[in-house]
Design a protein around this ligand. Sequence first.
Ligand SMILES: C[S@@+](CC[C@H](N)C(=O)[O-])C[C@H]1O[C@@H](n2cnc3c(N)ncnc32)[C@H](O)[C@@H]1O
Length: 291
Amino acid sequence: MLPAQQKDLFGHSNQGENYDKFRPVYPQEFFDVILKHTVDRENYVDIACGTGQLLFELNNHFKFSLGTDISPKQIEVTNQKIQKKNIQDRVKAIVCDAHSLQQISNEKGLPSKYDLITIGQALHWFDTQKFFTEVSNNIMKENHSSIFAVTGYFCRGFDYIVGENIFEEDLTIYNEFYDKVKEHFDCDRENLSLGYVGYDFSKEFKEIEKIQTVTNTPCSIFEMVKYLKTYSAYNTLLEKNKSNTEFVDPIIKFEEDVANKVQEIQKTTQFQLQSPIRMKTSYFLRIFKRL
Ligand SMILES: C[S@@+](CC[C@H](N)C(=O)[O-])C[C@H]1O[C@@H](n2cnc3c(N)ncnc32)[C@H](O)[C@@H]1O
C-alpha cells in the first residue's frame, strides 16, 4: 500500500491547462452507463477532479455538483471553467484531500451525502482502504441508492498511419520513453494498468457493472508529446534533474525518433497527414453500490 499523495504532483507548468487540452477524453458510453445507474440526482461529487474531465460531463444532471482535488493548480483551472460556463450557483470546486472529504464538507457547509461519487484516474494515488471507508461510511447515502463510479485509463503506445485503414505498430519508441519515466511515478501505476484488480473493494462495496474499451485516436506528434508531458512521472524526473547538466530529456528523443519514422513512412506512401499517428488508450469503468 502506498502512502496517499501529500504534495501537489499535478501543479507543474506542464499540467493544469495542458492537462485539460491534451489528456485523453473518456468515452461517451461511460457517462451513459454512470447515469443509467444513478436514479437520485440531487448531489454529485467528483473526487480528485483535476480540471473537471468527469465533473463537466456530468454536473448538468444534478442539482448540486462538487469537484474536489488536493492540487490548488488543478482547482484554479476548474474554478476558471466554472466561472466561464456561469454555473457557479450549482457547481463548486474546492481544494480537499479525498481522505477527509466529510470533515472539509462539514467545515464549508457543503452537503455530506452524495447520490453519485466519481473518481477518475486517481485511485492509484490513494490509501485505498481509508478512502473506501470514507466513501462508504461517510459520503454514500444510508439507503444504498448512491453510486460510486471508478474509472481510469492508460496509454498503450501508438501506431503509425501508413495508409487508409492500414497501421504499423510502434514497438520501441514509446516503451523506451516509458521505461525512462516509469520509476518516477509516486503512485500504484501497475494497479491502474490492471483496471484496479489489486484493490479489495469487496469489504465495502458490491460491483454492479464493469466495462473496458480501447480507443485509437489519430493525433499529431505535437499532441502526443504534450500528452506525455502531463505524466506526473515525467515532471518528477525533470524536477529531480533540474541541476543535472548531463541530463537528456527523454521526450526530446521520443519526438525526434517519431518524427524520423513518420518522415520515412511519408517518403514511401502518399500519406501526408496532419495526424500521422494514433494513440492507443485503454479505458475501464467500474460501478459500485454500498454493501
Ligand atoms: C491524473 S489526475 C485525474 C484528474 C481527473 N479526475 C481525470 O479523470 O482526468 C489525478 C488527480 O488526483 C489528485 N489527487 C491525488 N491525490 C489526491 C488526494 N489525496 N486527494 C484529492 N485529490 C488527489 C491530483 O491532484 C490530480 O489532480
